[in-house]
Design a binder for this molecule. Sequence first.
Ligand code: IPM
Ligand code: MG
Length: 360
Amino acid sequence: MELKITCIPGDGIGPEIVAEAKKVLDAVAAKYGHVIHYTDILMGGASIDAHGVPLTQEAVEAAKAADAVLMGSIGGDASTSPWYRLPPNLRPEAGLLAIRKELNLFANLRPAVLYDELVEACPLKAEIAAAGFDMMIMRELTGGLYFGERRTTEENGVRTAVDTLVYNEDEIRRIAVKGFEIARKRRGKVISVDKANVLDSSRLWRQVVEEVAKDYPEVTLQHMLVDNCAMQLVKDPAQFDVILTENMFGDILSDEASMVTGSIGMLASASLNDTKFGLYEPSHGSAPDIAGRDLANPIATVLSAAMMLRYSFDLDAEADAVEQAVKQVLKEGYRTSDIMSDGCRQVGCRQMGDLLAERI
Ligand code: IPM
Ligand code: MG
């Protein structure tokens, strides 16, 4: 099969981790007889430096021309980088929001899994960690507070800022459908997270999710308020299978869930539209403090590439091979510094990529 992949190496550790993910993808292509055509585009700070804007229309077109996009990370240190002296709509993150909207990537899938080999890294009590967990956070990605109208005004010397949380029922329905479809292939349980005791947008969310649930009698649906969900994630993470939620709640809860795994360097993500097209990126940021030092953990990006094989190309055996390779290197005791523990062997970003590629 021919795979057209556009890469966004981005900023900070982005270029290093994308290079290792390509190494692993190349090993997959060699073993299973695929041909991969890569194109690189700039986004975030790298694009600001080259073009003065965080995302150009040409870059968007190049992304659209591919079957899938593999991204590293974007952004820098907000207190020191000149990128953050630009107006908000020209900063690195604006490029990411723009590409999500341009490509209609409304469904963000963020798996949070506690690996057996990394249980020691889990910051929860031993008895909670022992139960393990494997959840999929389904975050709506192109609506809500992120894309509603916003403005800051000043009247009689008093400044007022407004952000607007808007959802229409079609936006809720399409992410809910994805959530139930995914739950059906997992353990068949959706927990829909909202703030229906306060927000109108959440009350509509709840109604529409219930309508969609009728088409999936084999999936159980439970509603949970977002503040309670934040507590339940540290109290009993094993109860979660699919968490279905709106953009801002999903942003916050997915960071919490990743922290609970103790190894944010391991967590992949996929952002999908209603075709097979998707943008795949690690859940972590650009870690400018360790950039260029061969210290980054490439596993989250490698696992994002596995999600790409599975969701955009329907190459399940290949995706399994990548996930198995990750489990294998962990079992053999290799660790990057972020997940290092006693008795393991510390390796750099490049060596981790080599080890993974060899095990495909
Ligand atoms: C994420 C990030 C982005 C978001 C930022 C960089 C705009 O935190 O992907 O979770 O808030 O969506
Ligand atoms: Mg976030």
